[in-house]
Design a protein around this ligand. Sequence first.
Ligand code: SF4
Length: 342
Amino acid sequence: MKEKTGKAQRVENPRQAKDENAKEKALEASYRRWDTEAFSALVKKAYVRYENCRLCPRNCGVNRCKGEKGFCRTKDQAIVSSSGPHFGEEDPLVGKRGSGTVFFANCQLRCVFCQNYTIAHEGQGRLVEDETLARMMLSLQREGCHNINLVTPTHVVPNILSAVEKARVKGLTVPICYNTSSYEEAETLQMLSGVVDLYLADMKWMDEEQAAVYAEKEPSDYPEKAKQAITEMYQQVGPLVTDDEGIAQRGLMLRHLVMPNKVAGTKSFVQWVANNLSPDVYVNIMGQYRPAHKATDYEAIARKITHQEFEEAVQMAREAGLVNLDERSISQFQAFHRRLFR
Ligand code: SF4
């Protein structure tokens, strides 16, 4: 059948249309699939956790609903430092229109070399109601962002769930990305199962002693907690899945910041990923360490990494068999050093 213009009319192939619907459905943000009552029950259950807060491994046991504060210095309302499209994240998150980032103030890990210490340590930001957080998410989506990227979210998980509950009934459809230091309780992450589709997770140190030195109040359980947390994330969302344009829809993305003098334990990290998750997990080996905040007080980390240290880290990852490294990040570091030493 022809259209009057003489142009061939697109005839739907029913099987192809069915396939496309199935694909679209498979890529739909998971939180869209909940029924209203079940989601509401999830939010209530999460808020109860504020009454005796053990959301993270700091295990404070304070009642945040009564205004008590634990290590994260946050009551039962989120503090947001800023929100907007962000183009500095990994390519599958940024795409053409940016990752819709919400930076939460305060952090329950607090590294001595933190590059955002005014936000993460000093809590710069403004208190927001869950309703406002929901509006921020919708506004980021309207601006065209490919996802909602929640940075340092651990201590405000109940607020996040409540905001997603409100935003989804008003038309939020883009995936939620949980961007974390990985100092997490697996039990808290379980509340995010079927809500968060993308995990962007750091692995900072593989050694307990290093973790105890380089974050406040000696969190020597960091490596163990982070490994448990990352395993939970991988069980929930699996490997990275992108759409036809390479935009992340679902899956685990790992980050590992190479530190001077092997402080981060890169070799042990890449081997752990290959042996315990899968060699094709997306891993970004990052070379942008610089001694910020109090890092210059610590001799081993008081400088940037060398070109050789970075090359060795990448080599370790390849030797461990990892096949889904962020190649752009690697080539950017190499190009920068070539320019520097030309
Ligand atoms: S989220 Fe905050 S109050 Fe709760 S356990 Fe962690 S640091 Fe303590």
